[in-house]
Design a protein around this ligand. Structure first.
Ligand SMILES: [Zn+2]
Ligand SMILES: [Zn+2]
Length: 330
């Protein structure tokens, strides 16, 4: 049986054969006729609108450039599991926070809009704008979560998902809205601090304070979450430099010493990689477990700052893989 596709244009002449009843004259069965005759033709513009909206939404949330330079992609690349937990927590917390704030503001403004008109600071307009900015962010957060969930079910990489979503117009728009929200937020704090009591509408002061506290709480949660999940990264996503650990004096003095002679090394002109000067006959050299050698004074000074060989970065207290056996100390 031919299936009538959703949104398909129906041929008007098809309705004329409906009165035949039972099997239609053109051989198609009754179900198709019923579908053709009674499909709500008047809904077609509505269906077209829905289809157009879904196409626009789909392109809005799809990448429109090959490359995303968002710092979030770097964070995901370093640790996909921790990044997944971080994005989920922040998106759910701020998504639900936005829903609660929008609902509370909407109810409050509907009830007290005209009463709050007499206050000396336009806090009702601040609340309305803040609510609208939050509403704009909600779809981006939940679509991002849904895309991550889809990628997880399909077993595809999180990095590809985040890279694709952060290259979409929706993500860029969301970042611009966030920037504007920040400016608006600062303005709200200034108004609240300078607002005198509003006798006609005392609730608006408390409402604005509650919205501000909620926004600060969201920022704190995101920051704490990031620090807990990525202790090795700073807040801009950069890796903190590893700590340089020096060797203990007895570890240094336990390393063998050799006296330089012309036949000690195969190279004609052996030199110290720390001070870059050539060894002279009779000079005392420190030999590290990795087999590299340096002037005693150069090696000892270096090792007090870092216990790693300046040439190969092998730590002097780490297991030596090459099994170098120290020569007899002269
Ligand atoms: Zn040296
Ligand atoms: Zn070495």
């Amino acid at each position: 049986m031919a299936v009538v596709a959703e949104g398909e244009e129906f041929a008007p002449q098809a309705t004329s054969s409906s009165s035949a009843g039972g099997v239609a004259v053109d051989g198609s069965d009754e179900t198709e006729l019923v579908a053709r005759c009674y499909s709500p033709v008047e809904l077609l513009p509505h269906r077209r609108l829905v289809r157009w909206c879904s196409e626009v939404a789909s392109s809005f949330f799809s990448p429109n450039s090959e490359h995303s330079d968002d710092p979030l992609v770097d964070v995901v690349r370093r640790d996909p599991q921790a990044a997944s937990r971080f994005i989920r927590t922040v998106m759910i917390f701020s998504g639900l926070g936005s829903v609660v704030v929008c609902a509370s503001c909407a109810i409050f403004l509907v009830l007290y809009w005209s009463r709050c008109g007499g206050c000396d600071r336009p806090l009702r307009w601040w609340l309305l704008m803040h609510m609208m900015l939050q509403v704009m962010q909600i779809p981006v957060r939940f679509v991002f979560l849904a895309k991550m969930k889809t990628a997880e079910i399909a077993g595809s990489s999180l990095e590809a998902c985040v890279s694709s979503f952060t290259a979409s117009p929706a993500w860029r728009a969301s970042k611009n809205v966030s920037l504007f929200t920040y400016g608006w937020f600062v303005l709200g704090i200034v108004w609240v601090v300078n607002a005198g009591g509003c006798t006609a509408c005392p609730g608006i002061y408390r409402m604005t304070i509650a919205v501000i506290i909620q926004a600060v709480a969201r920022a704190v949660v995101a920051l704490v979450c990031f620090r807990l999940l990525f202790p090795q990264l700073d807040t801009a996503g950069r890796v903190e430099a590893p700590k340089v650990e020096g060797a203990e004096p007895d570890q240094i003095s336990a390393l063998p010493l050799v006296r330089f002679t012309t036949n000690l090394f195969s190279e004609d002109a052996a030199s110290c990689a720390v001070c870059l000067s050539e060894y002279e006959l009779g000079e005392s050299l420190r030999r590290l477990p990795c087999g590299h050698h340096f002037h005693r004074r150069c090696a000892d000074k270096w090792l007090r700052r870092s216990k790693r060989c300046p040439l190969c970065m092998h730590a002097i207290d780490a297991e030596c893989e090459h099994g170098w056996k120290p020569k007899k100390v002269i």
